[in-house]
Write a protein that binds this ligand. Structure first.
Ligand SMILES: Nc1ncnc2c1ncn2[C@@H]1O[C@H](COP(=O)(O)OP(=O)(O)OP(=O)(O)O)[C@@H](O)[C@H]1O
Ligand SMILES: [Mg+2]
Length: 267
């Protein structure tokens, strides 16, 4: 058994365009992720970040190469493995207001994934919603609110509660916190660090800029035009060699200061 929870080997994605051209959105991507760690994926708009995670989420077929999760080739899973996989990897959306049904109460929003998988026992809804609200540091009575009765940061917490209710191993954040202001980002980052420790979660963060992900991640990969141009240890961003990475890093003014202490217990 591999020591990696995620192993991506020589992965490529090509989109045929209407004019007959081929767009190579991801080219020969190789990534390994250890369980319980966080990987940041940064790069400019159109560099292939979302395409990469959509293949991982099985929302998009792979053109070539392979993705192994927990040692299983995700392109060749039987029905039962597929069902387990869909529970095991969850996405946290950028704008929970758009992702939530405005007429659903928080308790129904949180319990919906359980319901969809046939795992919700009658009469347990309030207990479960309350427990998961507590895990994301919201009061239990928030379960009776509607999405518009909460702040953006509170909605983000509900989105996280919903994402962990199936007790997945992997959470994927595609620009999930970029819409929040910096102080709220910081408190969400602390919450995510706490949950990661408690549940040994593996995180994938997609972002345009390195500033946020470096506080959260152990490793950061830099994508440019579908390729990984550099893989960085988040504690040693100053070691970046590629000119493209240095340009991205120049957006952080505090470069050179020690790594933010939020990511706990990195060996
Ligand atoms: N379904 C599709 N059909 C054709 N081209 C696509 C499709 N999805 C994505 N692309 C193209 O693939 C490239 C990579 O897109 P992708 O969404 O992965 O970028 P990104 O790094 O997530 O960008 P952003 O930071 O703006 O979200 C882009 O050129 C995009 O136009
Ligand atoms: Mg994207």
């Amino acid at each position: 058994m591999s020591k990696y929870i995620i192993e991506i080997k020589d992965l490529s994605k090509q989109f045929p365009l209407p004019n007959g051209d081929i767009l190579e959105a991801c080219k020969s991507i190789n990534i390994t992720v250890e369980k319980g760690t966080s990987l940041g994926i940064v790069g400019e708009s159109g560099s292939g970040k979302t395409t990469l995670v959509r293949m991982l989420m099985k929302m998009l077929p792979i053109t070539s190469g392979s993705i192994y999760v927990d040692g299983v080739d995700i392109a060749h899973m039987d029905k039962e493995q597929m069902r387990t996989y869909r529970q095991n990897i969850q996405m946290v959306f950028q704008d929970p207001m758009a992702a939530f049904n405005p007429r659903m109460k928080v308790k129904d929003i949180i319990c919906e994934p359980l319901y969809n998988f046939g795992l919700l026992k009658k009469g347990t809804e309030e207990q479960i919603a309350g427990d998961y609200l507590e895990m994301v540091d919201l009061p239990r009575d928030f379960m009776n609110r509607y999405p518009h009765e909460m702040s953006g940061g509170q909605r983000q917490r509900v989105a996280i509660a919903r994402a962990i209710v199936l007790e997945p191993e992997i959470l994927v954040f595609d620009e999930a916190t970029s819409a929040l202001d910096v102080s709220v980002q910081d408190s969400i980052a602390k919450l995510l660090a706490k949950l990661q420790k408690e549940k040994n979660l593996t995180y994938l963060f997609i972002a345009h800029d390195i500033a946020f992900v470096r506080t959260m991640c152990h490793t950061i990969i830099v994508m440019h035009k579908g390729r990984i141009v550099e893989t960085l240890d988040a504690r040693h961003l100053g070691d970046a060699k590629e000119p493209y990475t240095k340009v991205l890093l120049s957006s952080i003014f505090e470069i050179g200061k020690p790594h933010h202490p939020l990511t706990l217990d990195i060996e």
